[in-house]
Design a protein around this ligand. Structure first.
Ligand code: SF4
Ligand code: SF4
Length: 199
């Protein structure tokens, strides 16, 4: 069977194109036209939206994954129970947690732990949101609506527990709408057992 070969002709160049100078002038004219239009032209006709950051800020979408925050309980303590689910799920391995026990006179003693150290390296984070999905306590969120502030210092990107707890959500709250039932509450859904110190 004969194979039909389709010959595609190489596009030719005009004399003006081969001389280069008219094409260079054309390109410069195009670039200068855009420059004057976008710099001095009326706002409605501009083709780029340059924002004068940090005086002006872009409003991010509602589901934008911003820098993290740790949510608080109503008494101000972290909701985090140091289960390590988030650090295990994190593909960038940028969450470091040291769990600790509550004091024996705390009703949470023996039921759950808290993070004595909780650090996120925001510069290694790829903002996938897996940590938020993995958390069973709604203790970590990315609903701050903020991107990482620029800095020239590496350590400024290491957010510790106090910093993460001090960042509010985009609507100004440090809590979350999801209810939390503490050990000792009648609504507490966990195993109800006596504490060692009360026996
Ligand atoms: S958003 Fe992803 S990469 Fe960043 S801390 Fe969470 S799990 Fe890790
Ligand atoms: S933030 Fe959530 S997932 Fe991470 S250790 Fe705390 S409770 Fe566990």
């Amino acid at each position: 069977m004969a194979v039909e070969v389709k010959v595609i002709k190489k596009p030719g160049r005009t004399v003006a194109e081969q001389a280069y100078l008219p094409e260079i002038a054309k390109g410069l004219g195009f670039a200068m036209g855009r420059f004057f239009k976008n710099t001095f032209g009326p706002q409605a006709k501009k083709e780029i939206d340059t924002v004068k950051y940090p005086e002006e800020k872009v409003e991010y979408p509602e589901r934008f994954r911003g820098i993290h925050r740790l949510t608080q309980r109503t008494d101000g303590s972290p909701r985090c129970v140091a289960c390590l689910c988030c650090s295990t799920a994190c593909p960038a391995q940028c969450i470091y947690i040291e769990p600790a026990e509550y004091e024996p006179d705390d009703p949470r003693y023996g039921y759950e732990r808290y993070p004595s150290v909780f650090v996120i390296d925001e510069l290694r984070c790829i903002f996938c949101g897996y940590c938020v999905e993995a958390c069973p306590c709604d203790a970590i969120r990315m609903d701050t609506g903020m991107h990482m502030p620029p800095s020239t210092r590496r350590d400024h990107f290491l957010y510790d527990k106090e910093t993460l707890l001090s960042i509010p959500g985009r609507h100004g709250t440090y809590l979350t709408d999801n209810p939390r039932h503490e050990p000792g509450d009648p609504t507490y859904p966990g195993i109800d057992r006596e504490h060692e110190d009360s026996t």
